[in-house]
Design a protein around this ligand. Structure first.
Ligand SMILES: Nc1nc2c(c(=O)[nH]1)N[C@H]1C(S)=C(S)[C@@H](COP(=O)(O)OP(=O)(O)OC[C@H]3O[C@@H](n4cnc5c(=O)[nH]c(N)nc54)[C@H](O)[C@@H]3O)O[C@H]1N2
Ligand SMILES: Nc1nc2c(c(=O)[nH]1)N[C@H]1C(S)=C(S)[C@@H](COP(=O)(O)OP(=O)(O)OC[C@H]3O[C@@H](n4cnc5c(=O)[nH]c(N)nc54)[C@H](O)[C@@H]3O)O[C@H]1N2
Ligand code: SF4
Ligand SMILES: [Mo]
Length: 721
């Protein structure tokens, strides 16, 4: 018997887990009480790592489709097939004919995070799509313009704040996002125990709302109106106080004019929140000893996602809470954070820009090097130069996860070639020609490069793979694919490619790559990044701390963290304020009284996957439509009935749960379900199929600035089945 300690890579909370092994058999998975950050916290998904590892449906070798039938193949055969099929497409139609979709698990996988780039750079396509454009892209955009780096995202200093205004987030269920926080429940409870206040704005009375002091059931898609009204009150009543930030902010002069139309009275009907309530919220926020405003997916994946994301930080700035303890702060990660590399010399000072290229069909702008996935189907289906003819999906299930899902499912079936890197044969990979699986979280090294940059406390934790595997690591697979894309054939010298990447990383930090000898792969790159990072750590230091290193509470970082051209926080950049007139126009309309669809997350679910694990699909984790009793009565629906839900793009029939947890006029269906395809090989998920809510999400309904899908606030009609 032995115990291995690992950082759970399934969501952003980065919990430390203790895995007990009997030889190669997992006997238990528990929260690691000694973990420097999570102190024993675990959720049902973390506990199911054993079930994931042992799932008989999980792919254990490459699959190649020949004459429409799946065949098991050797790795060499699979790479030869990719070489034979993909390279001619690039040669004949150019790099843009190949699109990538990088799904959510790619950002939770160290190997993919560090080596995925090598592959898509080797292809050289402009058609890069990620889960970001069904998620947080508006926050990157607003941070890029405000602070000069799209990854400089302020996170609530949860352990010290006295007032938390939380919009469109349900961390008690999601376990936090753009806010790395194990045990959100405990930390929110602690705010109240120390006399602070938690205010939740959400169309649903969520678990988080239930533990808060106050809940405002906002009308979906109107957060920007509410936030602007809070700004309006704070400015009008002279409550703005930038404190230490005063010397580091520009563009403040333009703010009163921009906020002027958005009085509490003007937005009350649209938001569904009364004017006096809004005034009180503004005063309490501005006068709290410390406060943090935090918005998450309910505020980003909606019609005014970027304006809402921007206004969250405008409020943090004008209340003097940005970059101060108890406010919204910039983490200082141990490795890989562009805004914290200390040996890089002075800030680049060029500022950040989007729109360096545009999508071919709809002319949507690039943001952070990617295009919005809401346009992927038409890029595949629309003939002409630059048409997408091949798709590489890395850890994603876009046929379930992205808007107008039925159209994308049809589109991928017209491709000349499709490759999936996935651990399952599911609703997306079933349409691939080749599937290359990777090892499970118990079989790979891990360090949370992405989410330590968003952490409410600075921590560093390295997990060596607890178990061995016959599968190649995904970084090795990605290097072999990069070799193919670079024209070196299916047997490229991946060792040389890895050495090249290490040399590039070392140069970035002004190090000699040999300091990390004899390490290879992600361990070597990480060691270099740690050495070049702000704490002067090495990987050996982390190896000596199996429960992780606590690097202390968040500390102020302005102005050093800023990378804007002016060196200040640019509070009202034209690239953002250009969208304000669209919001002003809303004020002149009467709020529509039809039903709108929003989503919801479930504790034992993880986007479109993990539904094949028996421990997670038992119980109340089911795909139902939540409908308010008033709406149910009007439509003629009773609890347990089936309803037909229609939008511009599609229709689903779904069981109804009548509940006053949703506000009237709002219907909620969780995403990621709809495991109905006979082409998939997920036996358990098929028994709990549910419906795909993204059949209803509209690919034309997007945040204007970033093209991010508006997955919330979708107009629908509901009738009894
Ligand atoms: N309507 C609606 N739609 C949504 C959302 C919503 O709120 N509402 N949320 C959106 C958000 S925030 C996100 S992030 C996306 C997520 O959607 P996707 O980006 O599609 O990600 P997942 O559904 O998490 O899919 C994960 C895929 O990765 C595979 N996988 C798991 N682990 C690994 C691994 O280690 N390696 C590889 N190669 N593959 C692996 C799984 O088998 C699965 O096929 O969904 C979005 N879609
Ligand atoms: N258990 C579990 N955990 C997860 C995931 C999962 O699928 N399951 N997915 C992970 C991923 S990829 C992400 S991105 C994070 C997301 O993390 P969160 O953002 O915390 O996710 P949600 O629980 O979807 O919370 C979003 C909330 O926004 C509300 N909402 C919808 N529309 C609006 C609106 O217009 N305005 C406001 N104010 N609220 C609105 C919804 O009712 C919902 O409660 O969760 C991660 N964690
Ligand atoms: S909260 Fe997230 S990181 Fe923690 S155990 Fe659950 S899935 Fe893993
Ligand atoms: Mo996400």
């Amino acid at each position: 018997m032995s115990t291995a300690y690992l950082t759970c890579p399934l969501c952003e909370a980065t919990c430390g887990l203790a895995v007990t092994l009997d030889g190669e058999t997992v006997t238990s998975v528990r929260g690691d009480d000694q973990d420097a950050f999570s102190h024993g916290f675990i959720c049902p998904k973390g506990a199911s790592l054993k079930a994931l590892h042992e799932d008989p449906d999980r792919l254990r070798g490459p699959m190649v489709k020949r004459q429409g039938r799946w065949e098991e193949a050797s790795w060499d055969e699979a790479f030869e097939e990719v070489d034979r099929r993909l390279v001619p497409i690039i040669a004949e139609h150019g790099a843009d004919a190949v699109a990538f979709y990088l799904g959510n698990p790619s950002s939770h996988n160290l190997g993919v995070t560090l080596y995925g780039r090598a592959l898509y750079k080797a292809v050289g396509t402009h058609n890069l799509y990620t889960a970001g454009s069904v998620d947080q892209l508006p926050k990157h955009y607003s941070s890029g313009y405000l602070f000069g780096d799209p990854l400089s995202i302020p996170v609530p200093d949860l352990d010290r704040t006295q007032h938390l205004l939380l919009l469109g987030a349900n961390p008690l269920v999601s376990n936090g996002s753009l806010m790395t926080v194990p045990d959100a429940r405990g930390r929110l409870k602690a705010i109240r125990e120390r006399g602070g206040k938690v205010v939740v704005v959400d169309p649903r009375r969520t678990r988080t709302a239930e533990v808060a002091d106050e809940h405002h059931a906002i009308r979906p898609g109107t957060d920007a109106l509410l936030l602007f009204a809070l700004v309006n009150v704070i400015l009008r009543e002279g409550l703005a106080d930038l404190g230490r930030l005063a010397d580091h902010v520009s563009g403040l002069d333009a703010l009163p004019g921009l906020a002027a139309p958005f009085t509490p009275v003007a937005v009350a009907d649209h938001t569904g929140i009364g004017a006096t309530e809004i005034e009180r919220m503004a005063r309490e926020l501005a006068t709290a000893p410390s406060a943090a405003v935090y918005g998450r997916i309910g505020t980003t994946t909606q019609e005014f996602g970027t304006l809402a994301s921007w206004l969250v930080d405008v409020l943090n700035v004008i209340t003097g809470n940005l970059d101060r303890p108890g406010g919204a702060m910039f983490p200082l990660a141990a490795a890989g954070q562009a805004n914290s590399t200390v040996r890089q010399g002075s800030p680049t000072s060029k500022g950040w820009r989007h729109g360096r290229w545009h999508s071919r069909v709809r002319q949507l702008p690039e943001v952070m090097g990617e295009l919005p996935v809401a346009t992927l189907a038409e890029e595949i289906l629309t003939p002409g130069p630059g048409q997408v003819r091949a798709l590489v999906v890395v850890g994603g299930n876009p046929c379930l996860s992205t808007p107008h899902a039925d159209r994308l499912r049809e589109a991928v079936q017209t491709l000349d070639f499709m490759l999936s890197l996935d651990v399952y044969l599911n609703e997306t990979s079933e349409h691939a020609d080749v599937i290359l699986p990777g090892p499970t979280p118990l079989e790979r090294d891990h360090f949370d490069l992405t989410f330590t940059q968003l952490s409410v406390r600075n921590v560093a934790n390295w997990t060596p793979a607890p178990l061995e595997t016959d599968l190649p690591q995904e970084w090795q697979t990605l290097l072999r694919l990069a070799g193919i894309a670079a024209g070196q054939g299916p047997r490229a010298d991946t060792e040389a490619l890895d050495n090249l990447l290490a040399a590039q990383t070392a140069t970035r930090y002004q190090l000699d790559p040999s300091v990390s000898a004899p390490r290879r792969g992600p361990a070597r790159l990480l060691d270099l990044m740690l050495r070049g990072g702000p704490y002067d750590l090495t990987l050996a230091d982390l190896e000596a701390s199996p429960h992780g290193l606590d690097l202390g509470p968040l500390a102020p970082r302005v102005p050093a963290v800023l990378r804007t051209a002016s060196g200040t926080i640019e509070l009202t950049p034209p690239a953002i304020t250009a969208d304000v007139p669209r919001l002003v126009a809303v004020l002149a309309t009467t709020p529509a009284d039809g039903l709108v669809l929003i989503g919801r997350r479930q504790l034992s679910s993880n986007n479109s996957w993990m539904h094949n694990l028996t421990p997670l699909v038992r119980g109340a984790n089911t795909c139902t439509a939540h409908v308010h009793p008033d709406d149910a009565a009007r439509i003629g629906l009773r609890d347990g009935d089936s309803a037909v839900v229609r939008s511009r793009t599609g229709v689903v029939t779904v069981p109804v749960q009548v509940t006053d947890a949703v506000r009237p006029g709002v219907v909620s269906i969780p995403h990621g379900w709809g495991h109905t395809s006979s082409g998939a090989r997920t036996t358990v998920a098929a028994e709990h199929a549910g419906v795909n809510s993204n059949v209803l999400a509209d690919d034309l309904f997007v945040d204007a600035l970033t093209g991010t899908a508006a997955l919330n606030g979708i107009p629908i009609t509901v009738t009894p089945a």
